[in-house]
Design a protein around this ligand. Structure first.
Ligand code: AP5
Length: 191
């Protein structure tokens, strides 16, 4: 991929978005921006943002769209995102997709691609239980999956209609998923 690249990673919790974001961002030469990581860092630091989102995250629900809009607008306008970025975990609702579209439009930019990583539900739960993150208790994982189906899945149609969606079967080893993502983006190179 030459020049700037603005890419969204979409997929259910545990699909491997964070894992793949690291490889892909390094390959494409843009920062990986994970809203989940940013919020967890805020909670760990005990900042005002962290205090506002802690309980919501622990329950598996979503932080409200207006607050996320502030967080994301601030982050994608940092100098290191000038040549683009890989968004992991944003947008996750239709209003968030509209916010992102507005941010891009204000900057005279556009998305290049939305990569959907799909993995069966049993495998998602298996992976999350192995990881043991604070919000990886089985009932919270199930709630995050329920919220994904209700709030985030509609983005698949939203981005398909706009001709941006590329679907990747993520139910295979990490390196294989990475290769499939490179192929979907038309970028060359080994894993
Ligand atoms: P977030 O951190 O975004 O969590 P998530 O979407 O639930 O995603 P995960 O991190 O669980 O999964 P992932 O797809 O990144 O998979 P990973 O690579 O880690 O968000 C957390 C919370 O923050 C939300 O619930 C919400 O409260 C809040 N939040 C964040 N963004 C928000 C937003 N935009 N709006 C509102 N609220 C927001 O992999 C999972 C595990 O599987 C790892 O252990 C990994 O090693 C393993 N693995 C990965 N790939 C493979 C593979 N191919 N084979 C085997 N194992 C694999």
């Amino acid at each position: 991929m030459g020049g700037a690249a603005r890419i969204v990673l979409l997929g259910p919790p545990g699909a491997g978005k964070g894992t793949q974001a690291q490889y892909l961002a390094a390959r494409v030469g843009v920062p990986a921006i994970s809203t989940g990581e940013m919020l967890r860092a805020a909670v760990a630091a005990g900042s005002e943002l962290g205090r506002r989102v802690d309980g919501v995250m622990a329950s598996g629900r979503l932080v409200d769209d207006a607050l996320m809009a502030e967080v994301v607008r601030e982050r994608v306008t940092q100098p290191d995102a000038g040549r683009g970025y890989l968004l992991d975990g944003y947008p996750r609702t239709l209003p968030q997709a509209e916010t992102l579209s507005g941010i891009l439009e204000d900057a005279g930019q556009a998305l290049d691609a939305v990569l959907l990583i799909d993995v069966p539900e049993d495998e998602l739960v298996r992976r999350a239980l192995l990881r043991k993150r604070e919000d990886d208790k089985e009932e919270v994982i199930r709630e995050r999956l329920r919220v994904y189906r209700e709030k985030t899945e509609p983005l698949i149609g939203y981005y398909r209609e706009r001709g941006l969606l590329r679907e990747i079967d993520g139910d295979c080893p990490v390196e294989e998923v990475t290769s499939r993502m490179y192929a979907a983006l038309g970028v060359e190179g080994g894993v």
